[in-house]
Design a protein around this ligand. Structure first.
Ligand SMILES: Cc1ncc(COP(=O)(O)O)c(C=O)c1O
Length: 356
C-alpha cells in the first residue's frame, strides 16, 4: 500500500521548513522588524480608514491607484510595471514558478536569504550557490563562471545582503546583469536603511527586476511586497499571480501608510542612527568582530566565546531573542542582531558585554 506521503514530490520530502523561533515573552531582535509602534492618534486614524473595508467583497484584483501611489513614493519612474505580492517572498515564489522549465537553473550566493534556495529547490529548479568571499564580498569571477557554465534562468541578489548587511560594488552587479540572459532579481528588502538602490537602472537592463517589501519599513504584519521590471516581462509574470493575492485590509493599510510615509521615514532614520551607535559599541568590544551594515541589523562574529552559548544565555537568562547563524555555512560563530528601540539596543549591548 502506498501512503499519501508517497504521492508528494521527493524534493518536498527532502526539504526542511523555514524555521521561525518562538518569541513568547522575549525581547524580539531576531527578525529585522521595525520596533516602533504608532502613536495613538495615528492608530485611531488608521482604524477609521479601515472602517471603509468591504469584507463581504473580494479585494481589488490589481489595485492600480495603490500601485501608482507606491510608484510616486519609491519609483521606478520609468515605464517599468509593478506586481504586488503577499509579502516579497510570494514574489520570489512567483518568479521561481515562472522559470521552472525542466533542467532550468537558479543562482544565488552563500550566505544569503535562505528562501531563495528553499523556493528554487521546491519548484524543481537546479539550485546553484556561489560562496561569498571571507569579507562577504561577491566573488565576481566565480559568479561569472557560474553564469557561463549553468546559464541560470533566475539570479537572486539581496542588496544589501541578508544576513551579512553589506552592499556589493555596483560595478559587480552591472557585470552580472550584462553576462546573464536570465532574470536578475535585485532584492532591496533593506532599502529603507541603505544608501544605494538600483531603482533607476531598470530602464537600462530589460533583464533586471527590483524586489521590495513593506516588512522592514514597519509593516511586517500586513504582508506586502512589490516587484518592478519591464512591462512585457511583467505581463507574462502577472499570469501566475493569484487573482486576489493582496487582501482588502492590507490594501487599505498600505494606502494609509503611504499617506503617512513621513512616520516610517523618521523611524528608519532613527533605526540608522541606532545602528551606528550599536556598531560603535559592539566594535569596541574585545572578542567581537563587527561587520559593516547598510540594513536594520548587525552581524557579529565571536572570536573567543561560543556563539550558540551566548545565544542561549541571552534567550534563557536575559529574555532576549537574536538569530543564531553559527551553524550556517560561512557563518561560524556568527550572530545577527536586529536593531531595536534605543532601550532594547542598550539592554542587548550590555548583556553581550557582560557575557563575553
Ligand atoms: C533579503 C530578503 N528578501 C525578502 C525577504 C522577505 O520579506 P517579506 O516576505 O516579509 O516581504 C526577507 C526577509 O527577511 C529578506 O531578508
Amino acid at each position: 500500500m502506498t501512503s499519501s506521503l508517497d504521492r508528494l514530490r521527493p524534493e518536498l520530502r527532502k526539504l526542511s521548513a523555514y524555521q521561525v523561533a518562538d518569541a513568547s515573552g522575549l525581547m524580539k531582535l531576531d527578525a529585522m522588524e521595525n520596533p516602533y509602534d504608532w502613536s495613538p492618534e495615528l492608530r485611531q486614524a488608521w482604524l477609521q480608514h479601515l472602517a471603509q473595508a468591504q469584507l463581504n467583497r473580494y479585494p481589488q484584483p490589481d489595485p492600480a491607484a495603490l500601485k501608482e501611489k507606491l510608484r510616486s513614493r519609491f519609483g521606478p519612474h520609468s515605464d517599468a510595471a509593478i506586481i504586488l505580492g503577499n509579502g516579497s517572498d510570494e514574489l520570489i515564489q512567483l518568479l521561481a514558478l515562472a522559470v521552472a522549465k525542466p533542467g532550468a537553473c537558479a543562482l544565488n550566493v552563500s550566505p544569503s536569504f535562505s528562501m531563495y534556495s528553499i523556493i528554487a529547490e521546491l519548484v524543481g529548479l537546479k539550485n546553484v550557490v556561489v560562496d561569498l568571499d571571507q569579507r562577504f564580498e561577491l566573488n565576481i569571477e566565480a559568479m561569472l563562471a557560474a553564469i557561463d557554465e549553468h546559464d541560470p534562468a533566475l539570479i537572486f541578489l539581496a542588496y544589501p545582503n541578508n544576513p551579512t548587511g553589506n552592499l556589493w560594488p555596483r560595478e559587480d552587479i552591472y557585470r552580472i546583469l550584462e553576462a546573464s540572459s536570465g532574470l536578475v532579481v535585485i532584492d532591496e528588502a533593506y532599502g529603507p536603511f541603505a544608501a544605494d538602490s538600483f531603482t533607476d537602472d531598470l530602464v537600462r537592463y530589460e533583464n533586471a527586476l527590483l524586489l521590495r517589501t513593506a516588512s522592514k519599513l514597519g509593516l511586517a504584519g500586513i504582508r506586502f511586497g512589490w516587484l518592478a521590471a519591464a512591462p512585457a516581462l511583467m505581463a507574462e509574470l502577472n499570469k501566475i499571480r493569484l487573482p486576489y493575492n493582496i487582501n482588502e485590509l492590507t490594501q487599505l493599510t498600505m494606502d494609509f501608510a503611504l499617506d503617512h510615509y513621513e512616520v516610517f521615514a523618521q523611524q528608519a532614520k532613527q533605526i540608522c542612527a541606532s545602528r551606528s551607535h550599536m556598531l560603535k559599541i559592539l566594535g569596541s568590544l574585545e572578542g567581537v568582530k563587527v561587520y559593516p551594515s547598510e540594513a536594520n541589523f548587525v552581524l557579529i562574529r565571536l572570536l573567543h566565546k561560543d556563539a550558540t552559548e551566548l545565544f542561549q544565555e541571552l534567550r534563557d537568562e536575559d529574555a532576549i531573542l537574536i538569530k543564531n547563524l553559527s551553524k550556517q555555512a560561512g557563518l561560524t560563530q556568527c550572530l545577527r542582531l536586529t536593531v531595536g528601540t534605543e532601550i532594547e539596543n542598550q539592554t542587548l549591548c550590555e548583556a553581550i558585554t557582560r557575557r563575553l
